[in-house]
Design a protein around this ligand. Structure first.
Ligand SMILES: Nc1nc2c(c(=O)[nH]1)N[C@H]1C(S)=C(S)[C@@H](COP(=O)(O)OP(=O)(O)OC[C@H]3O[C@@H](n4cnc5c(=O)[nH]c(N)nc54)[C@H](O)[C@@H]3O)O[C@H]1N2
Ligand SMILES: Nc1nc2c(c(=O)[nH]1)N[C@H]1C(S)=C(S)[C@@H](COP(=O)(O)OP(=O)(O)OC[C@H]3O[C@@H](n4cnc5c(=O)[nH]c(N)nc54)[C@H](O)[C@@H]3O)O[C@H]1N2
Ligand SMILES: [Mo]
Length: 707
């Protein structure tokens, strides 16, 4: 902490306005209040970039809606009546209930949960594993974790763009990096790479701002990425543009893989993907011959039935062209020496017989290898006791009712079927409204933690708190530390939660007090590790043919299947729902369903928007800014039209995360009016390995609505 004067401080920390963001910032504090946020120009990942979500944090920090006290429901569920209770009462009650369910129905009857990646997640798993439940509900079935899981199955950690080593070519594949700045990296690094003259290929159904900068833009039909990747590799193998040395020395199953590639000539891929075959060939040649080339892939390719097939096809594309673990390619960075990840989560404390009870674990086998479950298995267990009764959920940092697919079902389950529900958030949301106990969490400005220690881009940063929490809010890891103790696991938790940070840092030979003064820890980057260590697979090599997938009853080679709803469906269906729908176009001003409370961020983006091509709009009498209804076989939602000629006329793209904190939170119909997850399905036609859901590439109709 840099003390400037007695009443004014400038605290160096990491912005967490994006849960898994991580731009370096300085927070200026005057008389205990945050007054200014400034970019940290020395930060090695964000390099002086920050976005308006950082600046918007100040208004939200002091917003009157914030949850400031533990509360117990005092009326019917969703009625909006609450009574305050102390932290001790709240955590004693929660722990007592959970232990009662465990005794009566087994630990698996309790499901823990969290939302998108945040620094405290290790604590959720630590508590869940000690408690004995294998069930933790997250968005990991269709966001990022499929990449992690399939990489692991292939014997490596996830590989990421090595922007600092000057890639000569970058592919942005289903990734809108300048808007989303997601996961382990920041758009600034891609932007700098392009300024340096790298060749650039964008693969997206929408002509994004990134696509405007591209040498090649492939406007793909949503959910068909695996077919495109296979066709590109078809070209690369046919034209002998692949890395023979790598294939011969470090892979198995290449012949069978080539047989599969035979099924995906560019002509066939053109029909599937809507990308002209000439462009497929051009993209394959450009990527394979411009070295080194980095593949920046995003959730655009993961949120559909072909999720893992697209992920593994992209990994093969990287490997086949000699871009795996080389400078400027896709590199497996790893963590700074000794910092534990899985170890802290105590997965080894979960007895095998409890792990075997993981909901959907015998069905979505890849997900089970990294302890991730798809949501419908939880709802099935609550509604039908299938395969056993789930009685309680404890959810941290997840507005489940806006974020999970099939929102009507989620609402019904949480409101009417679940026996006991605890939600921890910084704001009241549609989800906290349905809880029995609500616990107030501290914001990133109020929170000491270690940033990115679960991430894999090689850096770990101290996240210093700038101010004390408002009201009685507490950091999530402090809440979990105390819940763990109340549940009876005192030897695994700490008197003072800061000691837990010391514990995490111990292998690096640091205490939290030492680390908090440091800029960061960094991994020694090593390239081509496979040359010395091989791959962590049964063969010791990178397998093109996955025997484990075969054993599980899935396709051992990547392929393509039509999504459950697609233009290939029966004519009556397509006539009724003729447009391909993308749900979840990211919004620059907001992260997920957050930030809509603050005027600073909301005033320039007040309404839910759907992008429509001018021809598609004209055929329906829709003008820019009109309210429209988007309907699917399941429901109908209301959005404002943004007429955009950069989207394919057969596709529309709607934002996700919309609710209206300024309106009555207990009026559920008003609140769900623009929730795009009324149109998404949670079950049926999912990716076989992960249970990834079809958030991209479903079918809909759009019509003008009353103003
Ligand atoms: N249709 C559709 N649905 C999607 C997506 C899509 O593209 N389309 N995207 C999906 C993806 S990729 C993801 S990752 C998920 C995200 O899923 P979630 O993370 O569940 O999404 P949010 O609704 O943003 O919920 C985050 C909640 O955490 C609260 N919060 C913020 N900071 C903290 C904190 O430090 N502590 C606590 N306790 N609470 C905090 C916020 O107030 C908010 O209510 O959504 C998925 N849902
Ligand atoms: N401002 C902001 N930033 C965020 C978030 C946010 O809500 N707001 N959410 C965070 C989260 S949880 C995540 S996971 C990341 C996601 O960030 P990214 O991985 O960048 O993903 P998206 O922005 O959802 O989508 C990227 C692009 O994929 C395209 N796309 C849609 N369907 C398909 C398809 O089938 N194939 C291909 N090739 N492209 C497709 C979309 O048009 C979009 O331009 O962003 C994070 N960052
Ligand atoms: Mo995500």
């Amino acid at each position: 902490m840099n003390l400037d004067t007695e009443n004014k401080q400038r605290v160096r920390t990491i912005c967490r306005s994006c849960g898994h963001g991580g731009c370096g910032v300085y927070v200026v504090v005057e008389d205990g209040k945050v007054v200014k946020i400034q970019p940290d120009k020395e930060h090695p990942v964000s390099k002086g970039y920050t976005c308006k979500k950082a600046y918007g944090s100040i208004e939200l920090q002091y917003h009157p809606d914030r949850l400031l006290y533990p509360m117990r429901r005092a009326g019917a569920r969703g009625e909006g009546k609450w009574e305050r209770l102390s932290w001790d009462e709240a955590l004693t009650e929660v722990a007592g209930k959970l232990n009662q369910f465990k005794q009566e129905s087994g630990a698996e009857s309790v499901v823990f949960g969290h939302g998108t990646g945040r620094d405290f997640h290790r604590f959720v798993y630590r508590v869940a594993n000690l408690f004995g439940t294998p069930n933790v509900l997250t968005p990991g079935h269709m966001c990022y974790l499929p990449r992690v899981a399939i990489s692991k199955l292939m014997g490596m950690d996830i590989s990421l763009c090595d922007y600092d080593s000057k890639p000569a070519c970058v592919v942005a594949w289903g990734s809108n990096h300048l808007i989303s700045n997601p996961d382990e990296n920041k758009g600034i690094n891609l932007a700098k790479t392009l300024t340096n003259g790298a060749k650039f290929i964008v693969i997206d159904p929408r002509r994004t701002k990134l696509a405007d900068k591209a040498d090649l833009f492939l406007q793909i039909r949503p959910a068909t990425d695996s077919a495109l990747a296979l066709a590109m590799m078809h070209v690369i193998v046919k034209e002998d543009l692949y890395d023979h040395h790598f294939v011969e020395n470090y892979t198995t199953g290449f012949e069978k893989f080539v047989e599969r590639l035979e099924e995906y000539p560019p002509e066939r891929a053109e029909k599937i993907t809507w990308v002209p075959k000439e462009k497929i060939i051009e993209a394959a040649r450009l990527y394979a011959t411009t070295k080194p080339a980095a593949m920046q892939w995003g959730v655009g390719i993961e949120q559909n039935i072909n999720c893992v097939d697209a992920d593994r096809a992209l990994i093969y594309l990287v490997a086949l062209t000699g871009n795996l673990d080389v400078p400027g390619g896709n590199v497996i960075f790893g963590l700074p020496p000794g910092l534990p990840r899985a170890k802290f989560s105590l997965f080894d404390q979960l007895p095998p017989e409890q792990h075997a009870k993981m909901l959907g674990g015998d069905r979505y086998r890849l997900g089970a290898t990294i302890n991730r479950i798809t949501p419908h298995v939880v709802w099935d267990a609550i509604e039908e006791a299938d395969p056993y009764q789930v009685r309680a959920m404890v959810i941290f940092a997840s507005n489940t009712l806006t974020a999970r697919e099939n929102a009507r079902r989620v609402h019904d389950v949480l409101k009417n079927k679940l026996e006991y529900f605890v939600a921890v958030d910084i704001f009241p949301t549609l989800t906290t409204e349905l809880a029995d106990i609500v616990l107030p969490a501290a914001t990133w400005l109020e929170n000491d933690n270690i940033a990115d220690y679960w991430k894999v881009h090689g850096y770990v940063f101290p996240r210093n708190k700038a101010v004390e929490p408002e009201g009685q809010a507490r950091p999530d890891h402090l809440i979990l530390n105390e819940l763990g103790q109340k549940l009876g696991f005192t030897e695994h938790f700490w008197e003072d939660y800061e000691e837990s940070l010391d514990f995490i840092l111990e292998p690096a030979g640091l205490t939290w007090d030492e680390f908090r003064e440091m800029p960061y820890l960094q991994t020694d980057v090593k390239y081509r590790k496979y040359e010395k260590d091989g791959f962590n697979s049964a063969s010791g090599k990178l397998d093109f043919y996955l025997h484990k997938y075969e054993e599980w009853g899935y396709d051992p080679l990547p392929g393509f299947v039509e999504p459950p709803e697609s233009p290939a469906r029966e004519p009556e269906f397509v006539e009724k729902y003729p447009l391909v729908l993308i749900t979840g176009q990211r919004i620059f001003n907001f992260f997920g369903s957050e930030h809509r409370q603050g005027d600073y961020l909301r005033r320039t983006h007040p309404d839910p928007m759907v992008e429509i091509h001018p021809d598609t709009a004209a055929a329906r009498g829709i003008s820019d800014g009109d309210w429209v209804h988007i309907s699917s076989p399941r429901d109908q939602v209301r959005f404002r039209a943004r007429i955009f000629d950069g989207i394919d006329p057969r596709v529309v793209s709607a934002e996700w995360g919309w609710w209206f904190p300024e309106k009555d939170r207990t009026d559920i119909e008003v609140q769900l009016e623009s929730n795009i997850n009324l149109l998404t399905e949670d079950a049926g036609g999912l990716d076989p390995g992960m249970g990834a859901t079809n958030l991209k590439g479903l079918m809909c109709q759009v019509e003008k609505a009353a103003a």
